[in-house]
Design a protein around this ligand. Structure first.
Ligand SMILES: [Zn+2]
Length: 189
């Protein structure tokens, strides 16, 4: 009897821990956020307030697929030197794979040697939000999409001039479109 109580307690404790480990930023999102969308020339437009994008885990999983879901909604990190955008040298914009917000551009991309796509600045500072991350025995600054809360990677203070910052990204968090595609089409948000 006593051991089954202990077991029940252990099971209850395990279930209490799961939501904490599965934490995403979705619950923290306000109803609206001020961001900058892309103009036809690929530059950031004026700051504007737009609704945030909120979905259930089931909806995100159906949209993203399992690999991107694990990174964007459960803060996993893809393995280095495996991402599809690491060696992408094309000129264009990297949009959020979750909600299509423009997050980074080829103008700020550099070869960091880390195995993950790296940028020395965001498309617009409003679009990439930061949060202190103490998981994995390290103190880091986590970055996520300001509109949908999707986890993108981390930002470190060992990047090149002029910012000295290194935004370290997961390829699956991003969707690339060339400046030509952006100019010709409707993919600016
Ligand atoms: Zn997003």
């Amino acid at each position: 009897m006593k051991s089954s109580l202990v077991l029940a307690g252990a099971i209850a404790a395990a279930f209490v821990l799961i939501p904490a480990l599965m934490k995403t930023h979705a619950a923290d999102l306000p109803d609206t956020v001020t961001v900058r969308l892309a103009e036809a020339n690929g530059e950031p437009g004026p700051a504007q307030t737009v609704p945030t994008v909120k979905k259930t885990d089931a909806e995100w999983r159906a949209q993203l697929g399992e690999e991107a879901f694990q990174v964007l909604r459960s803060q996993s990190t893809e393995r280095p030197f495996c991402g599809t955008l690491l060696n992408n040298k094309k000129e264009g914009i990297y949009f959020c794979a979750g909600c299509d917000l423009p997050l980074f551009t080829s103008r700020h991309k550099f070869e960091s040697g880390t195995g993950w796509p790296s940028f020395y600045g965001p498309f617009a500072k409003e679009n990439v939000a930061e949060e202190r991350d103490v998981t994995g025995g390290m103190v880091r600054t986590e970055i996520h999409c300001a509109r949908c809360g999707g986890h993108l990677g981390h930002v470190f203070e060992d990047g090149p001039a002029p910012t000295g910052l290194r935004y370290c990204l997961n390829s699956v968090s991003l969707k690339f479109r060339s400046f030509d595609e952006i100019k010709a089409a409707k993919h600016r948000n």
